[in-house]
Design a protein around this ligand. Structure first.
Ligand code: HEC
Length: 144
């Protein structure tokens, strides 16, 4: 009896999520747990790098902006396993590549120009791509 009540409670608890899922029209990318962990780890690196860049911009510390932006550049993708690349749709890879290249450009410009206004406007453009990708794709787990 207790188990039935427990199951019912769990079911009710998940209704809002189930309904939210129905209205989520973003393209589904199916990934294994390990691949999903790699992608989400990269995402958290993006967020933490952004935090560093914003803090550095507020101090007008262009060396720190350069360093943090470079950390999010194309070099970050070097260790992405080939089978994960294959599991990602082309549009996703293209957007990801653009974002990494833009961080490399932010680093180059921050180093050579030392202009925080310019870096901030580049960062704004880059964030548009983060938003675009998040509006287009979601990750679902498959067991492999
Ligand atoms: C190429 C596509 C793409 C780009 C570009 C992208 N993301 Fe993501 N991000 C995703 C997807 C897909 C998820 C998982 C969303 C889901 O399943 O609902 C995600 C998840 C995240 C998460 C959650 C991580 C977690 O542990 O749950 C953070 C934080 C994040 N992204 C930050 C960023 C930031 C900041 C940028 C830009 C600098 C960025 N992302 C650029 C596709 C992208």
């Amino acid at each position: 009896m207790n188990r039935i009540i427990c199951l019912l409670l769990m079911w009710y608890a998940f209704i809002p999520f189930a309904n939210a899922g129905e209205t989520d029209a973003r393209t589904v990318i199916e990934l294994s747990p390990a691949h999903r962990a790699l992608v989400l780890n990269e995402m958290r690196q993006f967020l933490s790098g952004l935090q560093q860049i914003t803090a550095a911009l507020s101090r007008d510390d262009m060396d720190a902006v350069t360093q943090a932006a470079r950390g999010l550049g194309i070099a970050m993708t070097r260790d992405v396993p080939a089978d994960l690349k294959q599991a990602l749709p082309q549009g996703f890879r293209k957007l990801g590549h653009q974002v990494h290249s833009q961080f490399d450009q932010i680093a180059l410009d921050a180093e050579s120009l030392g202009d925080s206004d310019h870096a901030l406007s580049q960062l704004g453009n880059t964030l548009t791509q983060c938003v675009a990708c998040h509006n287009s794709y979601q990750i679902r787990l498959v067991n492999q």
